[in-house]
Structures are given as structure tokens and as C-alpha cells.
Design a protein around this ligand. Structure first.
Ligand code: RP5
Length: 165
């Protein structure tokens, strides 16, 4: 049986996939069920509003939303739901994501979007942040997060050791 998605990953275009898949990789590594959706704030506003407004009733706990250029998608999604929204600005335009960063992060008071870094690092961190939210009520996930940090630290030490050889 397919597990109910706990996290939704939404992107404004299929051209955003190479960035947003970094969030998906993190969720997979923690065995968190998720769904990936393409919908645009501007090109398919009704589809976007419908997805965002029904996500909570389908058991989704948080949404990771990535878009580039005039990146209004995360904000529009945030206006349609009280689920936590994690925004990922994508470096898909001539302005290399600075436009998307400002469009995603500069929300008016009252409708928050937790905005990550531009591009792949932001998508990866969005995945980790989503796991951290779920871990507040899931002790197995909380333990896995601690193990993951320990492995990361060990990886840094290993790289340093290699430099000495
Ligand atoms: C945004 O415009 C999308 O999120 C994407 O980053 C950018 C370009 O989209 P395409 O023209 O490649 O579909 O809405």
C-alpha cells in the first residue's frame, strides 16, 4: 500500500525539478513519504489554489515550495493554507535567483514563508527542515536527525584526515 504523503513538494515548472529533487532526496533518505507536484502561481492559479487548500485535509503536514523569477508561488500557497510553508528560491532567471529570493522571502506580516537559500542548498535544507518539523512528534525521526548530524561531522573529520596523508 502506498503511504499517505506527509510532505508536499510543489514547483512552478518542470524546469525546477533538478533543484527541487534535492529536497526529495533528503525525504527519501529519512523514509518520509512525499508527493511532487508542478503547478504555477501565474500559469495555473486555480490548480495551485486547489492543491494548497486541500493538502491539510489529505494529511500533508508541511509544503516545500520552489519557484524562480517572479517567485510568488510559495506566498500564494501560504495564503491558501495554515500548513507551514518552506520556500525555495530557484536560480532559473537572468538574475540568478536574487529575484526569486526577494519575491519568496518578502512576505507581508501575517502570511509567513520560511525561506531557504537560493538553489540546490536551499532545496536540500528545505527537506531537512521538513524532517525537523515532523520530528517534533516522531522520536524515530528525531533520532535519525541526530545520527545524520554525527555522520556529517564525521565526514568533515575524514576529509581533514585525508589532507594530512
Ligand atoms: C517560474 O519561472 C518557474 O518556477 C521557473 O523557475 C521559471 C521558468 O519556468 P519555465 O519557463 O522554465 O517553465 O515560474
Amino acid at each position: 500500500m502506498t503511504q499517505q504523503p506527509a510532505i508536499g513538494i510543489l514547483m512552478g515548472s518542470d524546469s525546477d525539478y533538478d533543484v527541487m529533487v534535492e529536497a526529495a532526496k533528503v525525504l527519501k533518505s529519512f523514509d518520509v513519504p512525499f508527493e511532487m507536484i508542478v503547478s504555477s502561481a501565474h500559469r495555473s492559479p486555480e490548480r495551485t489554489a486547489d492543491y494548497a487548500s486541500t493538502a491539510m485535509s489529505r494529511g500533508v503536514k508541511a509544503l516545500i515550495v520552489g519557484a524562480g523569477a517572479a517567485a510568488h508561488l510559495a506566498g500564494v500557497v501560504a495564503s491558501e493554507t495554515t500548513l507551514p510553508i518552506i520556500g525555495v528560491p530557484i536560480d532559473s532567471s537572468a538574475l540568478k535567483g536574487l529575484d526569486a529570493l526577494l519575491a519568496t522571502v518578502q512576505m507581508p506580516g501575517g502570511i509567513p514563508v520560511a525561506t531557504m537559500a537560493i538553489g540546490k542548498a536551499g532545496a536540500k535544507n528545505a527537506g531537512i527542515f521538513a524532517v525537523q518539523l515532523l520530528a517534533l512528534s516522531d522520536s524515530d525521526l528525531a533520532e535519525k536527525l541526530v545520527t545524520s548530524r554525527q555522520e556529517m561531522a564525521q565526514g568533515v573529520a575524514n576529509k581533514s584526515d585525508k589532507l594530512q596523508q
